[in-house]
Design a binder for this molecule. Structure first.
Ligand SMILES: NC(=O)C1=CN([C@@H]2O[C@H](COP(=O)(O)OP(=O)(O)OC[C@H]3O[C@@H](n4cnc5c(N)ncnc54)[C@H](O)[C@@H]3O)[C@@H](O)[C@H]2O)[C@@H](O)CC1
Ligand SMILES: Nc1ncnc2c1ncn2[C@@H]1O[C@H](COP(=O)(O)OP(=O)(O)O)[C@@H](O)[C@H]1O
Length: 329
């Protein structure tokens, strides 16, 4: 890959306008309060084919994050053990894929897991029938790329790899070995390459997250490194699924582009991590949203990392604040 810009150059110094930063008001444009005539279906339905026998936690975190972000209904499809885990944590989840507006697929799915991979494929077929947005994470990244290249129509697709997953995806697409270190050195080249090839929004996760789509690449910098723990990516995919499902039920003119939606989820998620970290630093915050970080603070003391479930706990408060900021505007 040729280098046009390297990580470390401030996006503000970008000369050709290909990169832009994303602020709270941008995120607010992708967050919608429920309307009086909403019901569970009109508010938006997100379906999850995530988690597996080995990784039931990914299923729990994603579905919890979607519920925390705000959604009409969450559906889940999986094997007995992961379904039990999801329903135990969130009894509001409906265990089927009857209808949905957005599909989150792949978190906690090993591509070598034949059963889950085949279930993911069936869910992608269903998403196609329903014209639903697809958020493909982890184990579903290769599968969605294959489908798009094979001419399968996906109305809106958002891919959420970390650097190693993006390197593996590019290696497949370009038939040339690309390593995570190459992606980390040239992130904008990497995201642009895949977006242009597949026509999907590409979210390269990290401390600085790059979101490539139809517009200039968006950058969201995390306010701290608190999200560098297992499972926070599963939370991000769940939040993105909820925002996508809800937005898809609005008037067409109101609907944000997938790139904006994806960036809004990244922004919320990064701030949720920051919010939770404030408790770890000893500051106070709204108690009900922060029970998990408080519990963690008591157990581990200031400076301990934030668990994915802590980010889930503060999502509703952040979403509410964004909605309120829009109502005031
Ligand atoms: N509680 C759960 O059920 C959890 C399930 N998870 C799921 O578990 C599955 C497998 O997770 P693994 O951790 O084995 O696989 P990963 O794909 O996350 O990691 C595989 C390798 O990629 C490299 N890597 C990971 N993140 C990187 C980054 N940001 N930059 C550069 N290199 C990076 C590391 O060398 C790592 O050994 C995923 O589908 C994931 O969604 C994880 O989210 C962790 C929590
Ligand atoms: N150093 C860091 N600083 C801030 N955020 C980070 C950092 N490392 C990872 N993250 C965020 O945490 C999440 C990790 O997702 P992922 O790599 O998929 O992990 P997992 O599969 O364990 O959920 C992403 O949203 C990423 O942006």
């Amino acid at each position: 890959m040729s280098v046009r810009r390297r990580l470390g150059v401030s996006p503000k110094s970008d000369q050709d306008g290909r990169v832009r930063e994303f602020e709270a008001q941008d995120a607010a444009a992708s967050v919608f309060a429920p309307r009086e005539d909403d019901h569970k279906y009109r508010r938006g339905v997100a379906a999850f084919v995530t988690g597996s026998t080995h990784y039931p936690g990914a299923a729990v975190l994603g579905t919890r994050a979607a519920l925390a972000t705000g959604i009409g209904m969450v559906r889940y499809s999986g094997g007995e053990s992961e379904t039990k885990a999801v329903l135990w944590q969130s009894p509001e989840v409906v265990a089927d894929l009857a209808s949905f507006d957005a599909l989150v697929v792949g978190s906690g799915v090993d591509p070598k897991d034949v059963r889950r991979t085949s279930e993911a494929r069936e869910a992608l077929d269903r998403a196609r029938e329903l014209d639903a947005t697809v958020i493909a994470d982890s184990g579903a990244l290769g599968q969605i790329a294959k489908r798009v290249l094979g001419g399968h129509h996906v109305r809106r697709c958002i891919l959420t790899p970390h650097a190693a997953e993006l390197a593996a995806l590019i290696t497949k697409l370009e038939d040339t070995e690309v390593r995570a270190s190459d992606v980390i050195k040239e992130p904008e080249q990497a995201v642009r390459l895949v977006t242009d090839r597949l026509g999907c929004t590409l979210v390269l996760k990290g401390h600085r997250t790059y979101i490539a789509g139809d517009g200039p690449t968006i950058i969201v910098d995390a306010p701290g490194a608190w999200l560098a723990t297992a499972g926070t990516g599963d939370v991000l995919a769940g939040a993105m699924g909820a925002l996508s499902a809800v937005a898809s039920k609005r008037e067409v003119a109101e609907q944000p582009e997938p790139q904006q939606l994806a960036a809004a989820a990244v922004w919320l998620h990064a701030r949720a991590g920051w919010f939770a970290s404030q408790v770890n630093a000893g500051n106070t915050a709204a108690a009900a949203d922060l029970l998990a970080p408080i519990e963690q603070l008591q157990r581990h003391g200031p400076g301990s990392p934030i668990r994915a479930s802590d980010a889930t706990a503060v999502l509703p408060r952040l979403v509410g604040a964004l909605v309120a900021s829009k109502i005031r505007a």
